[in-house]
Design a protein around this ligand. Sequence first.
Ligand code: SAH
Ligand code: SF4
Length: 435
Amino acid sequence: ETIFGHLGRNGFARTTDPAAADVLLLNTCAIRENAEDRIIGRLGQLSRLKAGRPNVQLGIAGCMAQHVRDRLMDRLPFVDFVVGPDAYRRLPELLRGAVGDPFVDVRLDRNETYADIAPARDGAVRGWVTIMRGCDKFCTFCIVPYVRGRERSLPAAALLDQVRALAADGVREVVFLGQTVNAYHDGTTDFATLLRRTNDIEGIERIRFTSPHPSDMTPAAIAAMAECEKVCPQLHLPVQSGSDRVLARMERGYTVDAYRRLVDDLRRAIPGIALSTDIIVGFPGEDAQDFDATVALMEEVGYDSAFLFQYSQRSMTKASKWEDSVPAEEKGRRLRAVIDLQEATSAAAQRRLIGTVHEVLVEGPARKRSGWLAGKTPHFRTAVFPSDVARPGDTVLVRVDDATAHTLIGRPATAEVARAAAGSGATEIRTATPG
Ligand code: SAH
Ligand code: SF4
C-alpha cells in the first residue's frame, strides 16, 4: 500500500491485470526459505509477460532484495530492478530513467519510515498501519534485523492522522504493524499511550496489533489493552519454543516461566483473551526433551491458532553458523505433531463456542457459500452467516450453530436470543449493535 501510494502520487496507475502492466513489481519476504523459493518460481512465470514487450519492467521489492543482489542476480537475468525496503521513494525516478542494466538499490536507511506517504488503500473494512519498521532484537535464527534494518518508530501524530483518515474512508478496524510492534516509542509516545489515543478516534471500532514481543509486553500495555474498549481481546504472542535451553540459544530474552506469567497476567486483565503464537521446531540442538517441552507448553496455554515452522537456516544470522543438527525427516515429524495438536486444540475451542453469540464485523461475501457473509469476531475468529441486508463495515450479532477448526458457522441473532445468551453467561458480546 505504501508503494502504491507513492507511485500513485507520481503519476502511475494500478492495474490488476499483469498482462497489461508496464511495471511488474513482486513484493517479497526473506524470513523463511520456502517463501523465497516460491518467489523465485513466481518471478519465472511473470518473466513470460515480458516476451515481445521490451518496455515492460519486472522488479523485486521488499526484504528479499538484499539476497537477490548478493546471490541470485545471475540466476534471474530477466529481473530489471531490485529495491530494498528502504528504497521505495526512488522507484518513480528509477522506473522512468531505467534503460539497459538492472538497477539495484538495497541500501538500508535507519531514518526511512515513509511517514509522509499516504498508503493507497483498497476500500476494505480493515486498515493496516505500519507503526514501526526494522528490528533490534537479533534472535539468532532471524534474518529480519539484517534485511529490514534498525528499529524506528513513526511519529505518533502522523499515525493518528493516518487512522483518522482511515476512519473517514470507512475503515472500521485498524491493525498496527511492526516486527516488535509493542516496542513502539517515538521519543515521547509509547505503545500503551498510542493505543489509548487511537481508542479515542471516532469511527474506529476495533484496534488490533501484530506482532508484539513478549519482552516488550509491559504492564502499561496490558492495562491499555484491558481499559480501551476498542482494543480487541486477542493477541498474537510468538513464543518460538517451550524449552528454556532453546529459548536461550535463540536469544529470545525470556524464559518459559516469564512467558507463562505474562499469559497469566493477560488472562487476568482480559478474561477470555484469544491467544495465538509462532513456533519453530527443529532449531539447532533441539532434542526430544526440548520438543516435548514445546508440546507441553502448547497444551498448557491452549492457543486458538498457531503459525508452525520448521527451522531453516538464513544467511547472516548467528544460528546459520551452527550445525543444522536436526535431520529434515525429524523436523518434518515434529512439525506434523504440532500441527495435529494445534488442529485438535483449535477444533475443540471452536466447538465450545456453539450456542454463543458474537459481534461480527462484516468484511464481505463468504468464500464458499453464496448469499453468505464473512467477518471476524472481536477474538479474531472467522464467522460466516446468511444475510441479504448486512453490508461490509456493519457489526452483526451472530449466533454460532456449528464450527470447524477455522470457521464459526452461524445466523444473525435476534436481540432476544442475544440477551438470553448473555444471561446464561455463554456469550462474548460486550455491547449489542444491531446489524
Ligand atoms: N517479529 C516477530 C516474528 C517475525 S518472523 C517476532 O519476533 O515474534 C515470523 C515468524 O517466522 C517468527 O516468529 C518465527 O517463528 C518464524 N521464523 C523466523 N525465522 C525463521 C527461520 N530461520 N526458520 C523458521 N522459522 C523462522
Ligand atoms: Fe526476528 Fe522477531 Fe526476533 Fe526481531 S524479534 S529478530 S523480527 S524473530
